[in-house]
Design a protein around this ligand. Structure first.
Ligand SMILES: [Zn+2]
Length: 358
């Protein structure tokens, strides 16, 4: 038994990354790159029917919150290691089967019964649903931190009114800490890797603040209920129209045994599940949106559109951008993101890769 157990353990150890805080998405690969990005759709241009990577559950674990202490713990309780542990149960008597739960509200997987995991999940879940606190401490630093107030009294579809602010990512202090938490929350909620420091440097952060109705507090408080990150880019690709996509596949006559699809290589598939294709030609495009987030109870109120319009109008000083003219691009969008970009951009928005220009 002993040599066998030893060998298995060594195999397991060698597959673990050296740094405990490495997000679990990196655990999946044997030689993790320094920073795992969203899978590039350009790399997949040969794959005609590539499904969107479904590593959601691996990514959405609490270790992504970047807490080293918890990340160390998650070596024995994280979703990926659980998988490995299950394979090893006959050799390791001490490994209990952990109870992984996936929350229906925030889609996060966490270990049921582990107090730290449960507490981290509770906090994350509340942020995903209702947004992040924007309190007096943040407000006190707003002037010093050059927080720009873009609009006040912005009316939402339910009649409530909020305001929009904008700031640079290098903001420090309380607001900087809040931004870090906001970025972590967005990464987990969107199943996206963190923005690299190089990309973040080219960005501006746009937030929608909504007053919260609290019965316990007399001072008015606000929450960040939406965030759009805008990035300076150089080129992006135009989204193929339905007609373009239809032209690339031939529809067989009823009863015909001809293959339903005839591959053409003029379009790049971005998300085949939503029939999203792009034309490969890189077109000059000034602004990209790498991340877009609205807390779940505040969706369908127009917050994303307000933030996107504010970003388009103010991103480049004195030069408002028009999404319908192809001046704004999104990174590989998810299903929900596609709906927003279609509604807001009216077919004119483009697609780009956030790591360009480095
Ligand atoms: Zn949850």
């Amino acid at each position: 038994m002993a040599p066998e157990a030893k060998r298995t353990y060594a195999t397991r150890a060698s597959r673990l990354p050296p740094v405990p805080s490495t997000p679990p998405s990196d655990l999946a690969s044997s030689s993790p790159p320094p920073l795992k990005r969203k899978r590039s759709f350009l790399e997949d241009s040969s794959v005609q029917n590539s499904p969107t990577p479904s590593s959601k559950k691996l990514r959405k674990s609490l270790t992504s919150l970047g807490k080293v202490k918890d990340a160390q713990k998650s070596k024995t309780s994280g979703p990926e290691s659980t998988k490995k542990q299950r394979k090893l149960t006959q050799l390791h008597f001490s490994l209990d089967v952990t109870v992984l739960r996936t929350c229906e509200r925030c889609d996060l997987s966490y270990t049921k019964g582990a107090p730290d995991d449960e507490s981290l999940h509770r906090k994350h879940c509340a942020r995903v649903q209702r947004g992040l606190e924007w309190g007096r401490e943040e407000e006190r630093e707003a002037l010093k931190a050059n927080i720009e107030e873009l609009a006040t009294g912005v009316k939402l579809k339910d009649g409530s009114k909020g305001r929009m602010i904008c700031f640079r990512p290098d903001v420090g202090g309380k607001i900087g800490a809040k931004l870090t938490l906001l970025l972590e929350t967005m990464s987990l909620a969107l199943s996206s890797p963190p923005l690299s420091p190089a990309v973040l440097k080219q960005c501006k952060i746009y937030c929608f603040l909504l007053p919260t109705t609290s019965t316990t507090s007399l001072t008015p408080r606000e929450k960040i209920v939406g965030c759009v990150i805008a990035q300076r880019i150089s080129t992006a690709m135009a989204i193929a129209t339905d007609a373009d996509v239809a032209a690339r596949t031939s529809t067989p006559a009823p009863g015909s045994t001809a293959p339903a699809r005839r591959p053409l290589h003029t379009l790049i598939p971005v998300d085949t599940s939503t029939n999203l294709y792009v034309h490969p030609a890189p077109l000059p495009t000034p602004m990209g949106i790498p991340r877009l987030f609205v807390s779940s109870v505040h969706r369908r109120m127009g917050i994303a559109a307000h933030l996107l319009t504010a970003a388009a109008n103010s991103f480049i000083l004195g030069c408002p951008l028009d999404p319908t003219k192809g001046e704004i691009a999104f990174t590989q969008p998810t299903g929900a993101g596609k709906a927003v970009l279609e509604a807001w951009g009216k077919g004119g928005v483009r697609i780009y890769e956030e790591e360009q220009g480095r």
